[in-house]
Structure formats: structure tokens, C-alpha cells
Design a protein around this ligand. Structure first.
Ligand code: ASP
Length: 429
């Protein structure tokens, strides 16, 4: 059976188990105790270990992979072009995402007639300024950057190192050999984890759904389904059009091949933790050369969040309507700019979209307390939008790779009825 099918089964079983645990918790007595024990002592432990094992690989993989990738490309106009195209496309797709969200939200009017009381306190945290974001990209201490998992700093350091490798003659070649070997070894570790994924996602989803009250979804159904609709439209229609238009590639094959990364994103709600899987999918299933993927994937996990921007667009309209505040056209433009920039300055970790939403709301003078209205359904939406964020990273990576002649069409077109990485690991093992 394909790995993505196994993951899907793990997910479905996790959701069903979580729902049963949820009912058991409400039943009280023995059942509630059993449910609490299973959630806290079994599923929480297995799920947390699974996510920790994924995160464990992020920093070493990005580092060695990007040193290999940037040394393969070298510093030249080609690398510059690739960087400009990547960043440009990330910004354009995020801009499109939020524009679509604002437009559809204004048609559906999810917040009209809502008289909800804020049922939770939300502490807004200060958003970083553009100046801080820029300065913060440059590391003073690469070890500290790695210890903190500061992705942009790790990217800068790795590119510098990769470039230096190409300029260091025989010593550089020896160093590169070591980096290439480590890259293979860490990719093998990623494979181990991918095979454990069905059990990991089962535990993660069982825990999450044991705590998720569906009442919140019913209360906020219009908001919830508007966000969901825009997410689905963006991931299917917009990405397919862009892929066809910019790269002339078959979108159906893209969606099929990108699936494991999307499912991991959904289960972990973290683009960052999913980087090892996204990188694996980009190289082994989409056929993107390491020279491109090692740069575009970690960068995308950090600066490209189309799904998050969509939630922020719909949430802004929803909160404005619920508080009966009119937003001018200028206000909407400010929302587009702020949401796009906000996604650049923050890492892809669970729930970060709500924090940057406070930045967007402040920009157009909406009450930040409005966030408390939507907190109840955010966990579920976080999962879906993270999946979209990751599909977006892969779509841009594919387009850039194709335009720079770094895409292996035979791998891309193969469409894994079987899993490419399984076949490859079997062949190399
Ligand atoms: N969880 C999202 C991600 O990691 C970010 C967010 O929307 O909160 O991509």
C-alpha cells in the first residue's frame, strides 16, 4: 500500500478515536478517567515524540542540504535570479491568497448578524518591525541560530558556507564530500520517520480531536466554512492555474505527488516541523533538484504562508462585520500588505497566524479582542491552512525549478502509484 494511503488511514482512525474519547470524557466516571489516561499517557506521549523527532531533523537537514545546494549552484547570476523569482512568487501568491479571501468574505458576509461575546482573553504580542526582521536575518552566532532554530539565519549561514566551499579548491571538495554524505544520512533518517508517520499522525489526531468541541464549529460555521472554502479554492484552482501558466506542468500530477507533505502539515500544524518531509517530497516525488529545493523549501516554510493569509483576510472581514466597522478600500489594501509582510517575519509554527492577525487588525483599527471570537475554531483551521502553506511552498519551488531547468520531468510525471522514496530506498538499500 502507498505510504500516503497509510497516512490517510492513520489520520482517519485518529479522528475517529479522538471523537470516541471526546464522548467518553463527557460520560464521566470510569470512561472519563480512561479517556483522560489514554489522551495524556498514551496519545500525547506518542504524538509529542513523533513531532519532536521531526523537528530534530529540521536544522541539520536544512544546513547540510543547503550547503550542498548552494555549492552546486555557486554564486552567479543564476542563483540571484532563482532567489528573486522565489521571493517574488512567494509574495505574489500570498497577495493573491489574501485578495481572494477578502473578496469571497465580502460576498459571503460571515460576520453579518453575529452578536458573539468574546469568550476568551487574547493577549496581543508586539509584531516585529520591518527593520528588526531585516537585521535579524543576519546571524552573529551560527550555533545560536541553530540552537534557536532561526531559519532565515541558518539559510544565510548555509549559503555563505556553500559558496565558500566552491571557492576553497581541494579542501572545499573534501568538505563537500562530507556534506553530501551527511545529506544522504539525514535523508535516510527522514525515511525512517515517514514510515512511522501513520502511527504518529494517528496519535496526534486522536489527542487533538479528543479535545476539540464541535460546538465551536457550529457557532462559527459561516466563518469556519468561508475560510475552508477559500483555502480549498486557492490550493486547487489558483495553484493549478499558476502551475499551468508559469511552468506548463500538469497540476493533477502535482497534487498527487505533493500529498504526503500536505498530510504531514495538516497533522502537525507546523510548516517548520514538516520541512524534512517537504524537502523529501520536493526532491524525490516532484523531481526538484537539491540546488533549488534546499533553498526554496526552508525559505518557504518561513516566509510563505498563503493559508495563514487567507485566514487573516476572512477573519478581518468577519471581525469588522461582527463589530460593525466599515473598512475602506485603502484599509483593504493595508490588510493585503500587512498580512503579506506579517507572514515573512514569523516562523511556521502552530498558531502563529493568530498572533500576526493582531498586527493586521491593528493596521486597520479593528479591536484586537476580536481574535477571541475565532479562537475556538482556530486549531482545526490551523491544520488545514498549514497544509495549504506547504502546498504553496512546493508549487513555487516546482515553478522556479522548471524555469531554471532544475526540474526532472521524468520524476515529476511519474506520479507515484508507488512511493518514489520507498522504491528508491529499497533500491539503494
Ligand atoms: N501553523 C502555520 C504554519 O506552520 C502557521 C499559522 O497559520 O499559524 O504554517
Amino acid at each position: 500500500m502507498q505510504l500516503s494511503s497509510k497516512i490517510l488511514i492513520g489520520m482517519a482512525a485518529g479522528v475517529a478515536t479522538g471523537a470516541v474519547l471526546n464522548v467518553m470524557a463527557d460520560a464521566g466516571g470510569f470512561y472519563a478517567n480512561l479517556s483522560a489516561w489514554l489522551v495524556n499517557s498514551v496519545f500525547d506521549v506518542v504524538g509529542s515524540i513523533f513531532v519532536a523527532s521531526l523537528k530534530l531533523l529540521v536544522v541539520p537537514l536544512v544546513f547540510v542540504s543547503l550547503v550542498c545546494g548552494s555549492s552546486a549552484m555557486g554564486v552567479n547570476t543564476r542563483m540571484g535570479m532563482m532567489a528573486v523569482k522565489t521571493i517574488g512568487l512567494y509574495l505574489i501568491t500570498t497577495g493573491l491568497a489574501i485578495t481572494l479571501a477578502l473578496t469571497l468574505a465580502n460576498v459571503i458576509d460571515p460576520g453579518v448578524g453575529i452578536e458573539l461575546q468574546a469568550d476568551a482573553d487574547f493577549e496581543p504580542s508586539a509584531a516585529p518591525s520591518v527593520k528588526e526582521v531585516l537585521i535579524d536575518i543576519f546571524p552573529t552566532n551560527p550555533v545560536a541560530a541553530m540552537a534557536e532554530g532561526n531559519m532565515l539565519q541558518i539559510i544565510v549561514f548555509s549559503i555563505l558556507m556553500g559558496v565558500a566551499v566552491t571557492r576553497s579548491g581541494a579542501a572545499g571538495e573534501r568538505a563537500l564530500e562530507v556534506f553530501r554524505s551527511f545529506n544522504e544520512v539525514i535523508m535516510t533518517m527522514v525515511l525512517f520517520l515517514m514510515h512511522l508517520a501513520p502511527y504518529g499522525v494517528f496519535a496526534l489526531l486522536a489527542r487533538i480531536f479528543s479535545e476539540l468541541g464541535l460546538e465551536a464549529v457550529l457557532d462559527l460555521a459561516k466563518y469556519f466554512f468561508t475560510v475552508l472554502l477559500v483555502l480549498v479554492l486557492h490550493a486547487t484552482v489558483v495553484y493549478s492555474l499558476l502551475l499551468k501558466l508559469f511552468a506548463g506542468l500538469n497540476p493533477v500530477k502535482f497534487i498527487k505527488n505533493v500529498r504526503p507533505a500536505m498530510l504531514f502539515g495538516f497533522s502537525t500544524a507546523s510548516s517548520n516541523a514538516t520541512i524534512p518531509v517537504t524537502l523529501n517530497v520536493a526532491e524525490k516525488r516532484l523531481g526538484i533538484d537539491n540546488a533549488v529545493a534546499s533553498f526554496t523549501v526552508p525559505l518557504g516554510a518561513t516566509i510563505n504562508m498563503d493559508g495563514t493569509a487567507i485566514m487573516q483576510g476572512v477573519a478581518t472581514v468577519f471581525i469588522a462585520q461582527a463589530f460593525q466597522v466599515d473598512i475602506s478600500l485603502g484599509g483593504y489594501l493595508a490588510v493585503i500588505a500587512t498580512a503579506t509582510l506579517a507572514s515573512v517575519g514569523t516562523a511556521g509554527v502552530p498558531g502563529v497566524g493568530l498572533i500576526t492577525l493582531s498586527m493586521v487588525l491593528q493596521q486597520v483599527g479593528l479591536p484586537v479582542e476580536g481574535i477571541a471570537l475565532i479562537i475556538g475554531v482556530d486549531r482545526l483551521l490551523d491544520m488545514v491552512r498549514t497544509g495549504v502553506n506547504i502546498v504553496g511552498d512546493c508549487m513555487v519551488s516546482t515553478t522556479v525549478a522548471k524555469s531554471e531547468n532544475y526540474l526532472d520531468s521524468s520524476i515529476y510525471n511519474e506520479v507515484s502509484d508507488r512511493d518514489t522514496y520507498q522504491a528508491r530506498s529499497a533500491a539503494s538499500g
